[in-house]
Design a protein around this ligand. Structure first.
Ligand code: ADP
Ligand code: ZN
Ligand code: ZN
Length: 719
């Protein structure tokens, strides 16, 4: 007897869908979210396929779950991501699926909210409930009762009297409706041409991918807002992807000034019921515009017509654990599947995107000038071989004089150093012991404000010791080199009556306080900002007219082939913070090698030449985007085990023509979180089916045993 069989994909690290029998009378469609038994538990999964067959041996589906059905396009996208990244299909699904919290699915999902009615009788308990509900947020009855510290019956009484009203939690809107006619901006000629071209392209039968390049301050945001407006006018959805840190109050306010409401935002900070409801509203099409971090790309949009990838060159778009994907590249794929336009915006586009323009795969729109006739900052290198800096100081006399002059005029200066903490290395003067992380092959970084030594790779923290742990000498620890905290100390000594602030991802108080501080800087409440890359990008500080780069060479010495490109982008971004307001800006760049192509290009402003040269170097070396790369990291708790497994893997492959397997060798960070890491690097010509080759190789590899893990990264960002 044949019956219906469903192949259900479970959002766990599983590569295939499992088969289940469909109980008689259960109406099912592909994409439905169902509950199924798995080993001893019940789990949720998605129907990936339905067929007729002998269902006798299969377990039965338990039932369907509430929640949006996953569309064929969405399933195609998940299949594609898994195929491309080699991540298990279930892991790719897990990024797209937000299940209703099982603890809450049984309770009636009705919330309460305060009305204007007064209670007939006031008691202390009732007072507490009203207090707890004062903010007007819709909450579950039990939550209100808990917050007020009273029993649910008090809440019930207030509902009966109409003091609290009940409403379904799904009725409360999660985001306002953007109005494309709200704050029409007057665009400059150049901006209008660009916006017109982009908006028109949205109506093409197959909307293109457009690289929107514009120098810092050219108004790329204003331009892509017009494309967002066009999407909203058509009743469709738009997604704006940003590196997480760029989701600032400033951006949200600008959006609100243009569209009358803030966009819905999606990032790791959106949790609980808010996340659940936003998910549902995105799936139903009710939410029109989402601004989000890379994970927002995996949401089940009902009718997506535009994806903007802001600062498309950002490394933050690459996810480096679990499913190793690059959100920019996956956005292009998602755009194809959804027939949506994709806009990649940047002042410093990646070489990958530039080459895609050259190959005719992406269209190119450029904004050559800063908005409002503002000039680009004047950039000068300070040659550290010529200018003496006193020992234990990091600001050259020229830079100090410029800061003094700038803040003296009531303008702001930014001192940029991409190093968190006080000092990157701590050693003992008496015995030369260097403080190293017990779990990683990395130095511990002193954080003086926190009085601790911190590992930036695993988060290991220990108190800065009084006596050397090795030889016992007292007060013998010497900080070596500067971090932003140390620069702050120098600034405080040099400019005691100026207001300064240190901004890095260690900033106490989290994102909320950081947003407040960024707004304070924009409002001119700070004279000198000392910051890491956190402040280098995306922000608009109108009074900032001087940027000092303390050590332009930091990124250049690494062995990473993308080091030059990365450093160039970073320096362009940070110097681009200067002179975005009325007054012109300048940048001073401290370097030991002013003749280095990166520094020379930065100072001369000849980005084109740098990119051409760098692209040629990549092409000659057969590196991406002219060749393809994958990195396989084999890790284990014992060094020998990791190495042996890596060797065993290398033994079983015979690379076909056009494929090279390098290694195994110790990975650049040989030990992280107590795991030893070996690496095999696969380098292929561009036409080679990299995924196909990797799959056939992995199928032949010995099984992974014990705590050994193999992690595959297609298109690794640093290697
Ligand atoms: P980019 O993202 O290209 O660096 P922004 O979009 O942040 O540049 O714009 C830089 C500044 O210029 C912002 O303060 C923005 O408000 C302003 N600006 C850009 N275009 C316009 C316009 N058409 N009208 C008014 N202000 C604009
Ligand atoms: Zn010592
Ligand atoms: Zn560590």
């Amino acid at each position: 007897m044949t019956s219906r069989i469903a192949d259900v994909l479970i959002p766990l690290a599983l590569d295939t869908a499992y088969s289940y029998a469909v109980p008689d009378g259960l109406a099912l469609e592909e994409g439905d979210v169902v509950q199924v038994p798995l080993a001893t538990r019940e789990v949720a999964g998605v129907v990936w396929g339905l067929r007729e067959g002998q269902g006798g041996n299969f377990k039965k589906i338990t039932g369907t779950l509430e929640g949006p059905n996953l569309s064929p396009k969405m399933r195609k996208f998940i299949d594609w991501v898994s195929w491309y990244t080699l991540a298990p299909k279930g892991s790719a699904l897990a990024m797209s699926l937000k299940f209703p919290d099982p603890d809450r699915s049984e309770i009636v999902r009705i919330g309460v909210r305060l009305t204007a009615n007064l209670p007939k009788r006031m008691t202390p308990a009732r007072q507490k409930v009203i207090q707890a509900a004062q903010d007007g947020v819709v909450r579950l009855k039990s939550e209100i009762a808990h917050a007020a510290g009273v029993s649910a019956s008090v809440v019930d009484g207030l509902i009966d009297e109409g003091v609290l009203e009940t409403l379904s939690l799904l009725q409360e809107p999660v985001a306002g409706l953007p109005n494309p006619a709200f704050g029409d901006t007057t665009l400059s000629d150049g901006q209008r041409d660009a916006a017109g071209e982009i908006a028109a392209a949205m109506h093409e039968a197959h909307p293109p991918v457009i690289l929107l390049e514009g120098v810092t301050g050219s108004g790329k945001t204003e331009v892509y807002f017009e494309a967002v407006a066009e999407a909203v006018r058509q009743g469709k959805q738009a997604l704006i992807l940003m590196p997480e840190i760029a989701l600032t109050a400033q951006f949200l306010d600008r959006f609100a000034a243009r569209f009358g409401v803030k966009p819905a935002t999606w990032h790791s900070g959106v949790t609980g019921r808010k996340r659940e409801r936003l998910y549902a509203a995105i799936a139903s099409g009710e939410v029109k515009v989402v601004a989000g971090a890379r994970s927002a790309l995996f949401l089940p949009y009902a009718n997506l017509s535009l994806i903007v990838v802001d600062e498309e060159h950002e490394t933050a778009y690459k996810q480096d654990d679990g499913v190793h994907y690059h959100a920019r590249d996956m956005a292009v794929v998602r755009g194809k599947i959804e027939n949506a336009m994709v806009v990649l915006a940047s002042a410093t586009p990646s070489i990958e995107s530039r080459v895609n323009v050259e190959r005719g795969r992406y269209r190119y729109v450029k904004l050559p000038e800063r908005f409002g006739g503002r000039s680009m900052p004047q950039i000068r290198a300070i040659d550290l071989r010529r200018e003496q800096i006193p020992k234990g100081r990091w600001l050259s006399p020229t830079l100090v004089a410029s800061v003094e002059e700038t803040v003296g005029r009531g303008e702001q200066a930014l001192l940029f150093l991409n190093r968190r903490g006080y000092a990157p290395l701590t050693l003992c003067r008496a015995c030369a012991h260097r403080y190293e992380c017990p779990n990683c092959s990395a130095w511990l970084v002193e954080h003086r404000f926190r009085r601790s030594l911190v590992c930036h790779h695993c988060g290991h923290v220990e108190r800065t010791p009084q006596a050397c742990v090795e030889c016992g000498s007292i007060d013998s620890l010497v900080p070596c080199g500067p971090g932003v905290e140390r620069i702050a100390e120098e600034v405080a000594e040099l400019f005691p009556d100026k207001r300064s602030i240190v901004l890095s991802s260690d900033f106490p108080g989290g994102t909320e306080r950081l947003r407040t501080e960024l707004a304070a800087i924009a409002a001119g409440e700070v004279d000198i900002v000392i910051g890491t890359q956190l402040v280098a990008k995306g922000h608009n500080f109108p009074l900032m007219t001087l940027v000092g780069v303390l050590d332009a060479d930091i990124g250049l010495t690494s062995g990473d082939p993308r080091a030059a490109e990365r450093t160039f982008q970073m320096l362009q971004q940070v110097t681009g913070r200067a002179g975005r307001g009325e007054k012109p800006g300048r940048a001073l760049v401290q370097t030991w090698q002013p003749e280095h192509p990166v520094i020379a290009a930065l100072v001369s402003g000849d980005a084109e030449r740098f990119y051409e040269e760098e692209t040629r170097v990549r092409e000659m070396a057969g590196l991406p985007p002219f060749g393809r790369l994958a990195s396989l990291i084999i890790s284990a708790e014992e060094r020998e085990v990791a190495e042996a497994h890596a060797r065993a893997m290398a033994m079983v492959t015979e690379p076909p023509p056009g494929v090279m397997v390098l290694g195994p060798a110790e990975a650049p960070l040989a030990l992280i979180r107590g795991r030893y890491r070996y690496r095999l690097l696969v380098k292929t010509e561009r036409e080679v089916d990299l995924q196909g080759y990797l799959r056939s190789w992995l199928a032949r590899c010995p099984k992974v045993k014990g705590n050994t893990r193999v992690s595959i990264d297609v298109d690794p960002q640093s290697f």
